[in-house]
Design a protein around this ligand. Sequence first.
Ligand code: NDP
Length: 294
Amino acid sequence: MQILDGKEVSSYKKEEIKRETEKFFKDTGRRPHLVAILVGNDGASETYVNSKMKNCKYVGFESSTVRYEEDIREEELLSKIREINKDENVDGLIVQLPLPKHIDPEKVTETIDYRKDVDGFHPINLGRMQRNLPSFIPATPYGIIMMLEHYGIDTQGKKAVVVGRSNIVGSPISILLARNAQPGNCTVTLTHSRTKNIEEEIKRADIIIAAIGKKHFVKEEMVKEGAIVIDVGINREKSDKTKSGYKLYGDVDFERVAPKSDWITPVPGGVGLMTIIALLRNTLDAAKKAVYQK
Ligand code: NDP
């Protein structure tokens, strides 16, 4: 069993992005700028946005957070997005999910200029990704691809089973793994809550991508000997044993599954760290496009 180590890959990639950012600054006199919009006071969202901003600072980006109260009107949020779309000093714009129920996330996503959509959720980016054309790839799936690439894992011809079909993780990673590319060229099965005999599907997988949001959903008996296991899940539970007051668990029962697998990602220390790297990479690419492809 070997660990797909998010700490190792993310720190390697972060230094690479930092060096490229300094060169970009020397060449153009400008720094990539990421804006995050945060609505409400969700603790997890606050942590994610803070971490994204801290990482932006580390690699030499400019970054800013626009905060709104939970009860902001949808139109006010959309109009702020339109304003940022026009701002030439901003390269990337993300709106942290989840949003309050009265705001339609689809409208929000489609209002973001696809050239600044560094989360890669805009239908234009998703369509381009599906066609294997240059696009911003959603951060978590992109992070997984970077990790597989970094460790030189050959995915060709393998059977990949993706558990969960969300627009931000499950669906895009299934498209990426099925593409004629390396990593890619897998035979992909996309499963969800209506899938029959899901245990049997998972048991046949050479590569398992678990993106469900249920602690330890993937158990030892569902995993084939020698499988590659990518755990996307982040399930928070209160704990009085940690400084933060909570503990994170993946969608995979790591302790029992790890000995059976060839490669596995831990939680924390796996996919989550790569998601931030992918966001940084997309933002730097957006800045380069804005300058060099005017
Ligand atoms: P969603 O809640 O949007 O989607 C969950 C998916 O899992 C749905 O497709 C759902 O099926 C499926 N599902 C739920 N229960 C079952 C079940 N019993 N059997 C089979 N499928 C099931 O989740 P996300 O994709 O947004 O997130 C998944 C997990 O990944 C969460 O823990 C989240 O915190 C984490 N995450 C981690 C990131 C990272 O950076 N590491 C980034 C993003 C998310 P259906 O469609 O039928 O309802």
